[in-house]
Design a protein around this ligand. Structure first.
Ligand code: PLP
Length: 396
């Protein structure tokens, strides 16, 4: 008999949809895929070369559990230059992707009886990862009118004496929303007042549009920094999702606890990938600007096309590479004889009848919405949009 923990756990829905998409493709179907959570660009050549050099130099053995010192130093430099934040080596840990860092962090911080506040729409992995640590996710619904931000007033309603932390993700997956400094300040003050940890997932920090400049909550006030743990990584910014390198910075005691957990599970992240990540952080950065420029064009096209569908609205993302259109007005309509009542049913219809892969909003805590990634070519985007328009027109 499997453990209760394993039985209660669903596989990642985004990875499940990618898998289904691949199966249909293997059957010869031409699927327009909006499911991908990864840039469609190749990893830059100088980063690949650094990995090849690492192999040739024999950097193919165990490294310190929390990562090699040159990479820690490059991460420290990154925080100094990009965020005006200072960290010491013992306040940095490198893990097998941002996801692994967050998993270890939750294991280090949360336990039975704790409540962790997660604003909607949330990244799919937060609630299960909080639950795996034995704690209870407390979902706080945010609204499009508030740019999908938690305000201090809203947050206050959910804080109890069991609240241990709040998870912030900006720019966010799935909606691409960011936080104003004013809202971050309100949240930071409440965290200080109620002794909460702030988990700040800044994975999409570099993928921002219209000249937006990212501000980390930890950089606003020294008291905020003391209780903030920042998660970031090279996966999205450098198109390195397969290399599995993420990093976490925060208080020494927390990082050390994460390192202990890591030492008893995965040990160090791959030595070769660490050298590649070092080249990513210290090498030329022009790749990011090129990618952002391309993503912005795709975003503009997608938002314009989706909002031209009668009844559909779509928040204009400020960052990341997803749009999160609201299809609620189409819920309850019929395709042939089938009533489409949920985002999951609409996703199934789009995939099976219109060969277009999207992710249901319900997986992110928002029924009636769909998530579409624009980390795919303009050609696929155009084809997919036409199919979605056809599907919407067929719903009566
Ligand atoms: N955080 C957010 C919001 C994400 O969307 C992702 C990936 O989809 C991650 C963290 C984890 O990234 P990775 O584990 O690939 O480094």
């Amino acid at each position: 008999m499997l453990s209760e923990r394993a039985r209660a756990l669903k596989p990642s829905p985004t990875l499940a949809i990618s898998a289904k998409e691949k199966v249909l493709r293997a059957q010869g179907l031409d699927i327009a895929g909006f499911g991908a959570g990864e840039p469609d660009f190749d990893t830059p050549q100088h980063i690949k070369q650094a990995a090849i050099d690492a192999i040739n130099k024999g950097f193919t053995k165990y490294t310190p559990v929390a990562g090699i010192e040159p990479l820690k130093d490059a991460i420290i430099e990154k925080f100094k230059n990009d965020n005006g934040l200072t960290f010491k080596r013992e306040e940095v840990i490198i893990s097998c992707g941002g996801k692994h860092g967050l998993y270890n962090l939750f294991q280090a911080l949360f336990q039975e009886g704790d409540e962790v506040i997660i604003p909607t729409p949330y990244w799919v992995s937060y609630p299960p990862m909080v639950e795996l640590a034995g704690a209870k996710p407390v979902i706080v619904d945010t609204r499009e009118e508030d740019d999908y931000q938690v305000t201090g007033d809203l947050l206050k309603k959910y804080i109890t004496n069991k609240t241990k932390g709040i998870i912030l993700n900006y720019p966010s997956n799935p909606v691409g929303s960011v936080y104003t400094v004013e809202n971050l300040t309100q949240i930071g003050k409440l965290a200080v007042e109620h002794n909460l940890y702030i988990i700040s997932d800044e994975m999409y920090e570099k993928l921002v549009y219209d000249g937006y400049k990212h501000t980390s909550i930890a950089s606003i006030d020294k008291a905020f920094k003391e209780r903030t743990i920042i998660s970031n990584g090279v996966s999205k910014a450098y198109s390195m999702t397969g290399w599995r390198i993420g990093y976490t910075v925060g208080q020494k005691e927390i990082i050390s606890a994460m390192s202990n957990i890591q030492s008893q599970s995965t040990s160090n992240p791959t030595s070769i990938s660490q050298y590649a990540a070092l080249a990513a952080l210290t090498g030329p950065q022009d790749f990011i600007a090129m990618m952002v420029n391309e993503f912005q064009k795709r975003r503009d096209y997608l938002v314009a096309e989706l909002t031209s569908i009668p009844g559909v609205t779509c928040y204009n993302p400020r960052g990341a590479f997803y749009v999160f259109p609201n299809f609620s007005a189409l819920m309850g309509k019929k395709y042939k004889d089938k009533v489409i009542e949920t985002s999951a049913a609409l996703t199934e219809l789009l995939l099976e009848e219109f060969h277009t892969a999207v992710v249901p909003g319900a997986e992110f805590g928002k029924e009636g919405y769909l998530r579409l990634s624009f980390a795919t070519s303009m050609e696929v985007i155009k084809k997919g949009v036409e199919r979605i328009k056809k599907a919407a027109a067929a719903l009566i």
